[in-house]
Design a protein around this ligand. Structure first.
Ligand code: FE2
Ligand code: FE2
Length: 279
């Protein structure tokens, strides 16, 4: 449709690409996860717990943005909140229907994916800072405050951390080449989640570009924020590697660094010095 805004196009894509987190078949994953060695099973559960808590956090942290946006942008943001609840629901269900039965079969106590021991200080700090940047919009909605909010949420948590981590999961548990089992249900769910996330990141990038180009926000605000947060992101990704992985923690860190450089370039057109952590 001529003249349709990016937000309106993303809203239509959200309607068209509907998926049901309860319809994905995860039964085969139970046997596959049962074959993981003890250490890999622990790391796998940690990774899933962090994905799940992350989806819960971003669902809530998007709420303050609704009062900052209007028109088509606000309608789009509502679809994004809906997407995030769907991601959280899929991960909650996966834990309940795959992880918990495997723990029971192994004679272990069933664990809680929200228990504090799954989350490192770096993880907690990254999400705490994102929460603060989003809820700051309730006090100030200046262009710089908006850029900081989008840079935390859309560009870094979604656009670097989740982007890299989902890639790692799909490579390690989707290709069947890593010495790790194929997890068809998980990979299917992540396929849909990544499709949603593509819209989310594109929306955030567009908003930041507009604030830089039309409202005169210095792109260094983006680079500096990404540079600070990337230190935490790299720390979180280092915890993700499985022993037999096709893609290990170091490769994920390298990918996160190059994605960070891409995100900065996407809003600054190469006009900004890269922070040390991104080089
Ligand atoms: Fe999500
Ligand atoms: Fe998202």
């Amino acid at each position: 449709m001529t003249g349709e805004s990016l937000a309106a196009r993303h809203t239509r894509a959200a309607y068209a690409n509907h998926w049901d987190p309860y319809a994905i078949d995860v039964t085969a994953d139970r046997d596959a996860v049962a074959s993981l060695d003890r250490r890999t099973f622990t790391r796998f559960r940690g990774t899933l717990a962090r994905f799940g808590a992350g989806e819960d956090a971003v669902t809530e942290d998007l709420v303050p943005l609704l009062s900052v946006l209007d028109g088509e942008d606000r309608i789009y943001a509502v679809t994004q909140i809906y997407d995030e609840t769907r991601h959280a629901a899929f991960l909650e269900r996966y834990w309940r229907e795959v992880v918990t039965p495997v723990e029971r079969d192994r004679g272990m106590d069933a664990t809680d994916p929200t228990a504090a021991h799954w989350f490192s200080d770096a993880y907690e700090e990254l999400f705490e800072r994102t929460h603060e940047a989003m809820y700051r919009l309730r006090e100030t909605t200046t262009p710089v405050a908006r850029v900081r909010a989008y840079t935390h949420y859309h560009l870094t948590v979604e656009g670097i951390l989740a982007h890299t981590a989902y890639y790692g999961i799909e490579r390690n548990y989707g290709a069947g080449t890593a010495g790790l089992p194929l997890l068809t249900g998980l990979v299917d769910g992540f396929h849909w989640i990544r499709q949603d996330e593509g819209r989310h990141v594109a929306f955030g990038l567009k908003q930041v570009r507009r604030l830089v180009e039309s409202d005169g926000v210095d792109p260094w605000v983006v680079a500096e924020t990404i540079g600070e947060l990337l230190v935490l992101v790299l720390d979180v990704l280092s915890e993700m590697a499985a022993d037999a992985a096709d893609v290990d923690g170091e490769q994920l860190q390298a990918l996160a660094r190059s994605t960070a450089r891409d995100r900065i370039a996407q809003v600054a057109d190469g006009d900004v010095t890269l922070p040390a952590s991104c080089r």
